[in-house]
Design a protein. Sequence first.
Length: 126
Amino acid sequence: MGLSRFNGQVAKPPAQPIMDAMTRQRRRFTPQQKAEAIALCQNEGLTILEASKRLGIHPTCLGRWVRQAGIDAQGPTKAGPLSTSERDEMTRMRKEIRELRRERDFFKLAAAHFAKEQLSPKSINS
């Protein structure tokens, strides 16, 4: 098998086959699994890297869980990162705002349609 060349350089084949993003499945973890992983880091004194290797979780993912648990433990603050409950409330409010804007736009269109119908020549000549 010959190696292909790119800009005069020999291109090495990838060490592992590249997985298509569409074929990969996202792993989901229950709140209980997350809590156990966080406890492993906090209570047993393992580093995030050690715990992630032991559990088979990506270190970035576990680090994000541990950081968020620390934020949640502090309670609500005026400034800084949001707690999980604040983040959930913000998500709910954004959804509600989106829905209210959709309703407002619908009513604007309906009002414009009826106003146009009121002023149309058909209604004046009738």
